[in-house]
Design a protein around this ligand. Structure first.
Ligand code: 17E
Ligand code: FE2
Length: 413
């Protein structure tokens, strides 16, 4: 199969990308626009990109907002309370069905790689067992990484350490954590040591909900970064949210950034989620409650954006469209300068792929998997400005999804 007349990011000219079997076999610069042969896919000068990536979502909680009660305060803490109520009634089939429905929403938007945090603070590990099945059943649509996520704590939840260990034995890919939610600062620190040991021993990746609060005293990021640095695990470790960094003073942050850089860890920000959940204990002026996305990026660190929630106890909106989160994120993080707009898709493609350690399993290059998406725009800037949709999604060298563009007709005056 050939995809012809494709614009590739960060280059000029039109390209033909040839796929053989499940792999990309050749990428050639065309002299001019070419006519389609039978079987070709004509990108018509639009962007051909590696798939969009969802680096941070909670599929086990998706589509449960208001069940049994709505989060009225809009805080993270009420979200955790509401989820604990809903958690009592989850079943294997309920979890699987909501996860599959949500995965289709993601796939429809050109996403083919997903990292989901699954709550393992449940003595039965019910959601985890359901998600392990979903990971296999949804392979034709997405690659799924499962994080063993201790929503109610590792040290503060009865049997928390055993549940984490068991989750990894059952097949979780990534070790999670929630140090800012542990009962004491010491427990937060020991939870990080525990989870880093577990990951190092088992070869798992690490992705910690870290300092998801406006409390400027929440400083677990330095602990995570130092553990990653000392163990040489930085590229395999991710700090999600780190919203407290939006409230750290600059003197502390200056010192912190040196460590972050040395550690080489990755960052995920969920700007729509954070602008909604944070700032809730402020009157005015009200903090934005997001981490320093632009500053991390400028300092050469790897930062990407995630949706976090789709209609769950923490966040009532969301629809699978990661470009909506990119749009909001560029606003919220003050990243609408010309240079940022030219390369903004990095935040939802290449940077996220690096966070997920996809390596040579991702990207438009000869020999890599033929996973490709055509967007209805010829640049990053236009893609985000017009909030375009994925027109074609190709997976393993086969067309997975096509979208018929909408047509608008005005009635003549
Ligand atoms: N759990 C959590 O601790 N934080 C979040 N943002 C979500 C779930 C969605
Ligand atoms: Fe999260």
């Amino acid at each position: 199969m050939n995809i012809i007349n494709a614009t590739l990011r960060k280059t000029s000219g039109l390209y033909t990308v040839r796929c053989e079997g499940e792999r990309i076999s050749a990428i050639t610069l065309q002299n001019a626009s070419v006519a389609a042969q039978p079987g070709d896919i004509d990108a018509q000068g639009q962007l051909l990109i590696a798939p969009l990536v969802e680096p941070h979502i909670h599929l086990d909680a998706a589509l449960t907002a208001g069940q049994p009660e709505w989060n009225q305060s809009g805080t993270l803490f009420e979200g955790i309370e509401r989820w604990a109520q809903r958690k009592e009634t989850i079943t294997h089939e309920d979890t699987k069905q909501r996860a599959h429905t949500t995965i289709r929403m993601l796939a429809e938007h050109g996403i083919q790689h997903v990292r989901t945090h699954v709550d393992v603070t449940d003595p039965t590990l019910g959601a985890l067992k359901a998600m392990l099945e979903v990971r296999e059943e949804a392979r034709h649509l997405i690659d799924l990484q499962i994080v063993a996520f201790p929503q109610e704590g590792i040290e503060s939840y009865e049997g928390g350490r055993e549940l984490m260990t068991r989750a990894v034995e059952l097949g979780a890919d990534v070790v999670g954590g929630i140090p800012h939610f542990e009962n004491t600062r010491d427990q937060g620190v020991s939870s990080i040591k525990f989870l880093m040991d577990l990951a190092e021993r088992t070869g798992c990746l690490v992705d910690v909900h870290c300092d998801e609060t406006d409390d400027p005293q929440s400083r677990f990021l330095e602990v995570l970064a130092e553990e990653a640095r000392v163990r040489g695990m930085g590229s395999r470790v991710t700090a999600s949210h780190t919203t407290a960094m939006g409230s750290y003073d600059n003197a502390y942050c200056f010192k912190l950034f040196r460590l972050l850089n040395m550690s080489g860890i990755n960052f995920v920000s969920c700007p729509t989620e954070s602008i909604h959940l944070q700032g809730r204990f402020d009157s005015f002026p009200k903090r934005r409650g997001v981490t320093r996305v632009a500053e991390l990026d400028r300092a050469g660190m790897n930062v990407c954006l995630g949706q976090d929630s789709i209609k769950d106890p923490w966040y009532p909106l969301g629809n699978g469209n990661i470009l909506r989160v990119l749009d909001a994120g560029l606003h919220i993080c003050h990243m609408m300068g010309f240079e940022d707009l030219q390369r903004c898709l990095d935040l939802v493609t290449d940077n996220s792929a690096r966070t997920l350690n996809l390596g040579e399993g991702y990207g438009i290059a000869e020999g890599r998997p033929a996973n490709l998406v055509i967007l209805d725009a010829d640049s990053d800037y236009e893609a985000v400005r017009r909030q375009v949709k994925a027109r074609v999604s190709i997976r393993g060298g086969k067309v997975l999804m096509t979208r018929v563009p909408e047509r608008v007709e005005f009635t003549a005056a």
